[in-house]
Design a protein around this ligand. Structure first.
Ligand code: FAD
Length: 399
């Protein structure tokens, strides 16, 4: 009986696990999944928790409720992988493996920008997301209760206007309304900025669509500043350079969404192969030279044959990788081969709050309410792919 260990219960890890239920049931393998928390969180919804528009319960699933009988769940933090001894070390356990699947996800990347790590909050996991929403609310409360009324307390600056940054900024529109009502603050006094060094907003969309997103944000009082190189952060400001000029944007809440890298364990385990927590896999998603180790999700840099650059890291590709790896392992246990991994890009949707979005999905481009509903359906599909339909329906706010 083969001993399979999966690290991480994100999209990649859970989809792999789901696909391996067959080999567990028929006694071909023993499967253990390791995750530092008792729960999985839907990373694609973290911006909603960060803004404070939904609570953790709406996007967290207890792993014990997902795993099928026969699967071993270890709740612990992975601290080391010894690829020679084939042992994974967690804080409390040592786990031997014959086959290993690494799906440890992402961390924030600050590109060495001075003060960023210490002063700006990243949207990396559920705890980090909750910290952001708590900070926003406590600053609004402070403003309402103070006699000095420092406008910094009702100002929010977001570094990074990629998908996560824009989705977070759009969520802030609803949150601002709610907080202003709660604390009796004039909404017009609140300042929210989205900054990016890039000259173009959401380049993955046709210009008319990214213009639509920008107009939606600006019409709702959010200032987008592109071409703004962020040079540093202190406790109450981002220091930026725009057209060669140094400027400072003041706010008591600073959020950083401009960079992510893969897990630091990747660099520690594969010092010669991994860079920024990501490793260029083989066409079968294994580590070059170590066929017993598969990498899925944000730790994997998959460059399809004939291409030069890896695909961007998304939940969409993480789920496809997990499904592929489980098939590959099943075939392997049965002495069969598997064709190379092929990524099917089904498009992209950027939500603009609960009722608006821009979509370029399944060959169609559209925006507005139906695009927002498409986003919710995609999120439900992602959960279904890594758990089951019942859980997906229960956990997604489709209607
Ligand atoms: C705000 C936001 C919005 C996004 N929106 C979209 C979107 O609309 N569409 C899309 O396709 N993608 C989106 N993404 C990207 C997507 O969420 C990621 O690409 C995806 O989550 C990667 O999946 P994963 O399985 O690699 O890792 P994750 O889903 O991050 O899961 C990794 C798991 O490993 C666990 N873990 C990490 N380190 C350890 C350790 N040392 N020991 C034990 N456990 C550990 C974590 O707790 C976590 O459970 C978004 C990301 C963010 C932040």
């Amino acid at each position: 009986m083969k001993n399979i260990v999966i690290l991480g219960a994100g999209y990649g890890g859970l989809t792999t696990l789901k696909g391996l239920n067959g080999v567990v049931k028929n006694g071909q393998a023993k499967v253990t999944i390791v995750n530092k928390n008792s729960y999985h969180y839907d990373t694609v919804n973290l911006h909603e928790v960060s803004a404070g528009n939904i609570k953790r319960d709406e996007i967290c699933l207890e792993i014990k409720d997902i795993v099928e009988p026969g699967v071993n769940f270890v709740q612990d933090e992975v601290i080391k992988i010894d690829t020679e001894k084939k042992v994974v070390y967690t804080k409390k356990h040592e786990l031997d493996y014959d086959l290993l699947v690494v799906g440890l996800g992402f961390e924030t990347q600050t590109f060495g920008i001075e003060g960023m790590l210490d002063n700006a909050l990243p949207i990396t996991d559920i705890v980090a997301a909750e910290k952001i929403s708590e900070k926003i609310e406590s600053n609004f409360k402070k403003y309402a209760e103070s006699t000095e009324k420092d406008v910094k307390d009702i100002s929010i600056v977001v570094g990074g206007t990629g998908l996560a940054g824009i989705e977070f900024l759009a969520e802030l529109i609803d949150r601002r309304r709610e907080l202003c009502k709660k604390y009796g603050i004039d909404e017009k006094l609140v300042k929210i900025y989205g900054l990016d060094a890039a000259p173009v907003l959401l380049p993955m969309f046709e210009k008319s669509y990214s213009d639509y997103a920008r107009k939606y944000l600006e019409d709702n009082g959010i200032e987008i500043i592109l071409g703004a190189g962020i040079k540093g952060a202190t406790n109450d400001r981002f220091i930026v350079e725009i057209d060669g000029e140094r400027k400072e944007l003041l706010a008591s809440t600073l959020v950083w969404t401009a960079g992510v890298k893969g897990s630091r364990l990747m660099d520690a385990t594969f010092p010669e192969l991994a860079k920024n927590g990501r490793l260029v896999t083989t066409q079968q998603l294994t580590v070059p030279g170590l066929e017993e180790i598969y990498i899925v999700g944000d730790c994997a840099a998959f460059i399809e044959e004939g291409q030069e650059r890896p695909y961007p890291t998304t939940a969409q590709i993480a789920n496809q990788m997990g499904a592929y790896v489980s098939k590959h392992i099943t075939n392997r246990l049965n002495g069969n081969t598997t064709p190379n991994f092929k990524y099917i890009n089904r498009g992209v949707v950027c939500s603009l709050g609960h009722k608006n979005a821009i979509a370029d999905a399944m060959g169609l481009k559209y925006k507005g309410f139906f695009a927002a509903k498409t986003k919710k359906l995609i999120e439900a599909k992602a959960i279904n792919e890594c758990t089951n339909l019942k859980t997906a329906i229960r956990n997604q706010r489709i209607i």
